[in-house]
Design a protein around this ligand. Structure first.
Ligand code: CO8
Length: 258
């Protein structure tokens, strides 16, 4: 499909989606959000794609929701359209792993979209923030919820109340990002991680993602039960037989997603 505000490039088993509104630092307008969700859903449904990488430009992953588009909306407009609910629901429903590769600004909705991905690899230049408070609003798509789960109450309050930006180093220390890499190596490192994931069975990638995400929804005993049941179910797959046989035979496993 041809898109206006994103570029999509599938290499081997990895789909690289690049946000592309350079004139507005990749601000998330309704066209971009619709295209992003459609591209993610297309990758999720593809037999070829086994992992997705989402990135922006060197200067900005995304500088937030498009303020120009929102500024004149009324309460009735945003309430009746349930603004941004659809984006959250559609991105959260993607089953294959998504890595956010963040360089430059990831602010407001940009930080929130990055947090909807499964993990974040940040360039040294990355800056994360929830500056909505400066605009007379609060975060609307996870900035008070997901960020708090990542970094804890104190730092989340600091970010949401002051609107200050966090460096990549601080974000790694706080547990928001999984690793920080030199800016020039960001895509290379994210693609290498995605290719590593793409070597596994899609069945186990999806199962692992579902199980980790349950940790945010369930009490420990229920989460442990969910994990154990999913673990048990893996023994019904050919890939479990192949993975364990390959280990014992000292060879690389050839997973077939069965
Ligand atoms: N919306 C619309 N346009 C933007 C945005 C934005 N969020 N951010 C930057 N731009 C535009 C600027 O207006 C400017 O356009 P123009 O050249 O036509 O004037 C262009 O991008 C370049 O920006 P700057 O000149 O400001 O670049 P600087 O390098 O000087 O500053 C900053 C970069 C610090 C990132 C600055 O642009 C900035 O503060 N941007 C706004 C950040 C912000 O407040 N983000 C939060 C937005 S609200 C939000 O995200 C609500 C989330 C709700 C859920 C969303 C779900 C998707």
């Amino acid at each position: 499909m041809a898109y206006e505000t994103i570029n999509v490039d599938t290499q081997d088993h990895v789909c690289l989606i690049k946000l592309n509104r350079p004139e507005a630092l990749n601000a998330l307008n309704s066209v971009l959000l619709g295209e992003l969700c459609a591209a993610l859903e297309e990758a999720d449904a593809s037999d070829k794609v086994r992992c997705i990488v989402l990135t922006g430009s060197e200067k900005a992953f995304a500088a937030g929701a498009d303020i120009k588009e929102m500024s004149e909306m009324s309460y009735v407009d945003v309430f009746t359209s349930n603004l941004f609910a659809d984006t959250n629901d559609r991105i959260s429903a993607i089953r294959k792993p998504i890595i956010a590769a963040v360089s430059g600004y990831a602010l407001g909705g940009g930080c929130e979209v990055a947090m909807m991905c499964d993990f974040i690899i940040a360039a040294e230049t990355a800056k994360f923030g929830q500056p909505e408070i400066n605009l007379g609003v609060i975060a609307g798509m996870g900035g008070t919820q997901r960020l708090t789960r990542f970094v804890g109450k104190s730092k989340s309050m600091d970010m949401n109340l002051t609107g200050r930006f966090m460096t990549a180093e601080e974000a790694e220390r706080a547990g928001l990002v999984s690793r920080v890499v030199p800016a020039k190596k960001l895509i290379e490192e994210a693609m290498a991680a995605a290719n590593k994931i793409a070597e596994k069975s899609v069945l186990t990638s999806i199962a692992a993602k579902e199980a980790v995400n349950r940790a945010y929804e369930l009490p420990l005993s229920e989460g442990m039960l969910f994990e154990r049941r999913v673990f048990h179910s893996m023994f019904a797959t050919e890939d479990q037989k192949e993975g364990m046989a390959a280990f014992l035979e000292k060879r690389e496993a050839q997973f077939r997603d069965k």
